[in-house]
Design a protein around this ligand. Structure first.
Ligand code: NAD
Length: 470
């Protein structure tokens, strides 16, 4: 057995390990009580603190905090509270004829001690969202939020400490080294949200203990605009989905593929809508947040300059201010395939557009890249929509809208391979933090006894019949 006693989180981990069965044996009412306490804290007691913290961290507008952080977590809590009783019930299953005399059921048991590592871009949603599923499933949890939004992390720690014993849920603030040390411990489940590069580090650490993982990752999410699209309706969504949170959204449209016949119409409508949403001077707009830090600001500016060096056309924006980590809403066309904008996930307010001529071209281009977290299709033509869905792969798809798939808790949320492993939200999140344990009970003798040793010709015949008929 590996000795972890020199790990700085060993004591905390052990406390949670020792407490896991007590917590795991709580009923739905006790878990709902905890979830409701979390809801009260987010919705009432700490709501303004969270808004202020996110404003300090990256000037996130209050309305966006309410809609994309507070609301989403509260909705997740409400949904879990309404359904937990039935999720925790034994799920009876059928019995095959050969197992006559038995009955079987599935029971969702907690995985045990869980680690949740979250990113900075939706700091509350992506920390407390999975926490809701983990609590619903009856786990103990250690949370490690991002070091890049320290004000928000501090408020979240206060919230956690005001509701939970550290043997149930604990939040540890700190840099990457905190995550690295936590990852050395033998957690039963690790739920990570962040970049594919760090996702690989997490999975490799998890493999040492065969900890199960959920990896909610990122990548380049394409947005396809067919010539049948109602451009004005599409643009309303695309400009919002792209510049929400200043483009720092895992499922933001990362690049647009527009049919060449409507390229100019698309560009003109896009410019007009960006102007309507963020004014002629987006820098002074109250609706436009900032890049989270200098490192990401420099990365984004470098990618704009890199595109220019390939003679790309800046259709909109392109200006920035390093004193405030401001980058204007930016639309870029004629982007060379080798430019960074078409290679790496953008994660900022810059949108490159490509044109296409044929459906095959779109499909081949998308399939030549890693599977995206989200793929968006704008079209009226049903055949086109179905052809794209059937011939590409993606974690999720919105047709004639974007980003909204995240907020429907009846849908599983997650990627596929490079964009993620496992699913979150609603019942899918509960399942992710649970082990579906199968239980079979024998009540009376059954036909199987006829086949127990010693074997003979008759038993061989019965076995043959079973293979053929049952
Ligand atoms: P990141 O991967 O850099 O960091 C995420 C977390 O991992 C942070 O808490 C950080 O402290 C920790 N971390 C960083 N380096 C580490 C290392 N070497 N070892 C262990 N832990 C480490 O991601 P980010 O910059 O915070 O977020 C942006 C990325 O997250 C983008 O790729 C985006 O697409 C993705 N994302 C995905 C989703 C989703 O739901 N699929 C949601 C939001 C963001």
């Amino acid at each position: 057995m590996t000795d972890y006693s020199d790990n700085r989180y060993f004591e905390l981990f052990n406390k949670q390990k020792a407490h896991q069965f007590t917590l795991g044996n709580t009923n739905y009412k006790e878990r709902i009580r905890k979830l409701k306490a979390l809801k009260r804290a987010i919705e009432k007691t700490y709501r303004q603190d969270l808004r202020d913290a996110m404003f300090k961290d990256f000037k996130k507008p209050q309305t966006e905090v309410d809609l994309t952080e507070i609301y989403l977590v509260i909705k997740e809590i409400k949904y879990a509270c309404s359904n937990l009783k039935s999720w925790l019930k034994k799920q009876r299953v059928d019995t095959p004829l050969t197992l006559l005399g038995t009955s079987s059921y599935i029971t969702y048991e907690p995985k045990g001690v869980c680690l949740i590592i979250s990113p900075w871009n939706y700091p509350v949603t992506l920390t407390f969202g999975p926490l809701v599923s983990a609590i619903a499933a009856g786990n103990t949890v250690i949370l490690k939020p991002s070091e890049m939004t320290p004000n928000t992390s501090a408020v979240m720690r206060e919230i956690v400490e005001s509701i939970f014993w550290e043997s149930e849920v604990a939040l540890i603030e700190g840099e990457v080294d905190v995550a690295q040390d936590l990852l050395k411990l033998p957690f039963n489940h690790i739920f990570f949200t962040g970049s594919p590069a760090v996702g690989k580090i997490v999975m490799s650490a998890a493999s040492k203990h065969l900890s199960s993982v959920t990896l909610e990752l990122g990548g380049k999410s394409p947005t396809i605009i067919h010539e049948s699209t109602n451009i004005n309706a599409a643009i309303k969504n695309i400009v919002w989905g792209k510049f929400l949170n200043n483009g720092q959204t895992c499922i933001a449209p990362d690049y647009v593929m527009v049919h060449e016949s409507i390229k100019d119409e698309f560009i003109n409508a896009f410019k007009a809508k960006a102007l309507a949403y963020y004014s002629e001077n987006p820098k002074s707009s109250e609706s436009f947040s900032r890049i989270v830090n200098k490192k990401h600001f420099d990365r984004l500016v470098a990618s704009i300059e890199n595109a220019k060096s390939f003679n790309a056309t800046i259709e909109l924006g392109g200006d920035y201010d390093e004193n405030t980590n401001y980058i204007a809403p930016t639309l870029v066309s004629n982007v060379d395939e080798g430019a960074q904008l078409l290679q790496d996930e953008i994660f900022g307010p810059v949108l490159p557009i490509k044109t296409y001529k044929s459906t095959e071209e779109v499909i081949n281009y998308i399939n030549s890249k890693e599977k995206p977290l989200a793929l968006y299709i704008y079209a009226k033509n049903r055949k086109f929509i179905n052809t794209i869905i059937k011939n590409t792969r993606a974690g999720s798809t919105c047709v004639n809208s974007n980003a909204l798939q995240y907020s429907n808790h009846y849908l599983p949320f997650g990627g596929s391979n490079n964009s993620g492993i496992g699913k979150a939200h609603g019942f899918f999140g509960f399942q992710e933090f649970s082990n579906a344990r199968s239980v079979l009970k024998r009540h009376t003798a059954g036909p199987l006894y006829l086949l127990f040793p010693p074997y003979n010709t008759l038993k061989e015949k019965i076995a043959n019949l079973a293979v053929k008929w049952f």
